[in-house]
Design a protein around this ligand. Structure first.
Ligand code: CMP
Length: 140
């Protein structure tokens, strides 16, 4: 089915200057950017975005990392976009990510893991709405 997913290029990958290489992978896989912004998240925004993880031991480190520099946020659209994007990212822990995936190629650690992607269609809807107004998603 035609789906949308939320993708965040995290501070480590923005700092490494590999934004274009990562977007090229999305586009080559048939995912189209339908919304985009660069943003330095506030602590509140990062905590709200990752609220589902608030009781996990890694929550504080995750928030600190996500506010350590600017990120690139996009909504991507395509056939089976959620799974397609997850396949491109690879496993959450880059040490477990398959060769050729974004995390295997660009990430250093489970915290600095280059990208975030929605885990399901319903989550994607909520995550896209967290960062984008309907008027910021194209075509309108
Ligand atoms: P992300 O897809 O952005 O969702 C939550 C993030 O928490 C995850 O990627 C990792 O960067 C980070 N994280 C740190 N430790 C863990 C862990 N043990 N399990 C899952 N995610 C973790």
């Amino acid at each position: 089915a035609l789906e949308r997913t939320l993708s965040i290029i995290k501070p480590d990958a923005v700092a490494k200057n590999v934004v274009g290489e990562i977007y090229a992978r999305f586009e080559k896989a048939g995912l189209k950017i339908v919304a985009a912004k660069m943003k330095h998240l506030s602590r509140k925004e990062a905590e709200g975005f990752y609220a589902v993880h608030k009781d996990r031991p890694f929550f504080n480190a995750l928030v600190e990392f996500m506010i350590s520099g600017p990120v690139m946020i996009t909504a991507l659209q395509g056939e089976n976009a959620v799974l397609a994007h997850r396949d491109l990212m690879g496993a959450t822990n880059p040490k477990e990510a398959k060769p050729g995936t974004i995390r295997a190629d660009f990430a250093e650690s489970i915290d600095a893991n280059a990208v975030h992607g929605s885990d399901a269609v319903e989550t994607a809807k909520a995550e896209i709405a967290y960062f984008f107004a309907e008027t910021e998603i194209f075509p309108r």
